[in-house]
Design a protein around this ligand. Structure first.
Ligand SMILES: Cc1cc2nc3c(=O)[nH]c(=O)nc-3n(C[C@H](O)[C@H](O)[C@H](O)COP(=O)(O)O)c2cc1C
Length: 167
């Protein structure tokens, strides 16, 4: 699929079919994440792949909406820092953002639905997933086959978003 078509096609999927994600497709979206650029090529991230089947109750502590655990696969994208060093928020966010965007676009290309989730309970995520102190869960992404239709995209016009040459 052409990139602009892909960008228009992606939408936040908040309802999933009871159908697993094929291992090959999962591998491909993880490979797309691996190929993402990162600061200094340090690849200071980790992806926790969670198969939700049978884990619905504990996962609900992380994010409550029903559709979260409807998704057969949930990916927790984490920023990592060397042991003992403080977590550097801005850099970590940038790295994880590009990694997750690669992952989400690859999933869209394979006919899968996704949704970024930032409104999760970080303490619950640490507890349920056993995430250590020097690792920061930045965002969760649900992955699966959509059972909802996209709504029209609501976006500001370019004139409200872009300035040329200076502020
Ligand atoms: C960084 C980020 C955090 C988000 N967090 C949530 C979230 O916690 N819950 C949710 O339902 N959607 C979340 N979304 C999805 C946005 O609401 C959605 O992308 C936006 O409304 C545009 O709609 P679209 O993705 O369908 O084009 C998040 C998106 C981004 C990029």
């Amino acid at each position: 699929m052409k990139f602009m078509e892909l960008a228009r096609k992606r939408y936040s999927v908040r309802g999933y079919q009871n159908k697993p994600v094929e291992d090959e497709k999962l591998k491909e979206i993880l490979e797309a994440a691996r190929l993402a650029p990162t600061g200094g090529n340090r690849q200071a991230f980790q992806l926790i792949v969670i198969h939700s089947a049978g884990r619905e109750e504990e996962l609900k502590a992380i994010y409550k909406p029903e559709w979260f655990t409807q998704a057969p696969v949930i990916i927790c994208a984490c920023a990592t820092t060397p042991e003992g060093q403080p977590y550097r928020e801005a850099g970590a966010y940038r790295n994880v953002a590009i990694v997750v965007d690669h992952l989400v676009m690859a999933a869209t290309d394979l006919g899968l639905g996704t949704c970024w989730i930032a409104a999760y309970d970080a303490d619950a995520a640490r507890k349920v997933l056993g995430i250590p102190e020097n690792v920061y869960p930045v965002v969760f992404v649900t992955v699966g086959y959509a059972n909802i239709e996209p709504k029209p995209k609501v976006r500001k016009p370019l004139e409200e978003l872009v300035r040329y040459e200076r502020w």
